[in-house]
Design a protein around this ligand. Structure first.
Ligand code: AMP
Length: 418
């Protein structure tokens, strides 16, 4: 039985997926599951019905495509389509079909997209080839069902993707007609929706069997309202940039995130020399000390808090105006949790991420995860690149000053992979 409270896997390796799927994930460059995937995939693989509250851009497509592909029967046992995915628009039908093709890479799996505005003949021909997975808009799917060109007898999984949008467009009667024609026994139904208003719940009550509800939209909502920027900065210049940034922003309250406890301690030592109202919190500190720090932060007696992810992600203080990712978070999920500390209760918030020139791919992954690009920021007159010393190190007094040109190296940019 699915346990929604269990620890979500952090890696695809923990999900017991087939070698073919693991290969396809590597090829797709999906290194770690998004939170939606970490929640929905293991639950759906148990065969239960799932309502996943998630919006587009969260990796929700793969979260239902992977469980379908993992459990497909051989064609000789099930010649008809086994998975049917209902989507609101043509564009989404194509996008979902492409995701199926991508994740089925290296395997003999066919998928067809059926949507209006395209000649039905070509689609009928493709259906004759026996695709295991069919994606379509409700109107065109009904058309095929009516003509007898789409057989539903072998279906065991039905997905309602972007269910709220489908209902908004007025597809409710069509969806119900289709669901009534799908096999009931042993059918698994997955419903993905950014919101779950009463009409969706009614649909779920009528056509789903004891669904498990997983909500992934809470953290994302606030992330959308937060200004998010990044700085390109060499590792050795990060501390100086931080000082400049704190001086420029003079935040009401800020959390600065570091990746390690040692990093937190080191940064606190250095910052304390420059700023008065700074303290730190991490998991190696005594609980009583942590409580004291949190009390003064909550009471706004502390302006800047340096923290690790584990401790920082639970902080719920409404006065936090700034999040500074001194280190890029290791997991995209952590980025969302970090940034979600600000902009709470409808307040304004801003998040800065320090990225060194080698960390471009990490930034790109974060941008894919939140489905938006971070804006680049710079501090006027601040050189974010470390000086290059070309001479081997000699005695301090003997070393000639580095040439002016080497001191003024342009900060390296990286190519966005989006
Ligand atoms: P979706 O929300 O399904 O529309 O996905 C949004 C984008 O994220 C798509 O371009 C996917 O290819 C991409 N994506 C999905 N899952 C992952 C992952 N685990 N790692 C990296 N990118 C992903």
């Amino acid at each position: 039985m699915a346990d929604p409270a269990r620890e979500a896997p952090k890696r695809f390796e923990e999900m017991d997926l087939s070698p073919a799927m693991m290969k396809a994930l590597v090829k797709a460059n999906y290194e770690e599951p998004t939170p939606v995937q970490a929640g929905v995939i293991p639950t759906a693989l148990e065969g239960v019905d799932v309502i996943g509250q998630a919006r587009t851009g969260t990796g929700k497509t793969a979260s239902f495509v992977i469980p379908i592909l993992e459990d497909l029967l051989p064609k000789r046992e099930a010649p008809g389509p086994q998975g049917l995915i209902l989507v609101p628009t043509r564009e989404l039908a194509v996008q979902v079909r492409d995701e199926v093709v991508k994740l089925a890479s290296g395997r003999r799996i066919q998928c067809v997209a059926l949507y209006g505005g395209k000649p039905i003949r070509g689609q009928i021909e493709k259906l004759k080839d026996g695709p295991q997975v069919v994606v379509g808009t409700p109107g065109r799917l009904l058309d095929h069902i009516g003509r007898g060109t789409l057989r539903l007898g072998d279906l065991w999984c039905v997905v309602l993707d972007e269910a709220d949008r489908m209902l908004d467009i007025g597809f409710r009667p069509d969806i119900e007609r289709i669901l009534r024609k799908c096999p009931e026994e042993n059918r698994q139904t997955l419903l993905l929706s950014a919101t779950v208003p009463p009409p969706i719940l009614r649909l779920a009550q009528r056509y789903m069997h004891e669904p498990v509800t997983l909500n992934f939209s809470e953290g994302d909502v606030s992330v959308e309202t937060i200004d998010q920027l990044y700085f390109t900065v060499d590792h050795d210049r990060k501390f100086d940039l931080l000082v400049k940034l704190l001086e420029r922003e003079n935040p009401a309250q800020a959390i600065i995130f570091c990746r390690t406890k040692r990093g937190v301690d080191r940064l606190l030592r250095r910052l304390s020399k420059k700023f008065k109202s700074v303290n730190a919190i991490h998991g190696d500190m005594q609980q009583s000390a942590r409580d004291r720090v949190m009390k003064s932060f909550r009471g706004a007696k502390l302006q800047v808090l340096v923290a690790t992810d584990v401790v920082g992600r639970g902080i719920d203080v409404t006065g936090i105006s700034h999040i500074i990712n001194f280190d890029v978070p290791e997991f995209c999920d952590d980025y969302v949790h970090r940034v979600g500390r600000t902009g709470r209760m409808g307040r304004e918030g801003v998040a800065y991420t320090f990225v060194n020139p080698e960390e471009g791919p990490q930034l790109t992954r974060i941008e894919q995860r939140i489905n938006r690009l971070l804006k680049r920021d710079e501090i006027e007159g601040f050189d974010a690149s470390a000086p290059v010393i070309e001479e081997p190190k000699k005695e301090k007094s003997e070393a000639p000053p580095p040439p002016e040109s080497a001191m003024k190296r342009r900060p390296k940019r990286y190519r966005r992979a989006l």
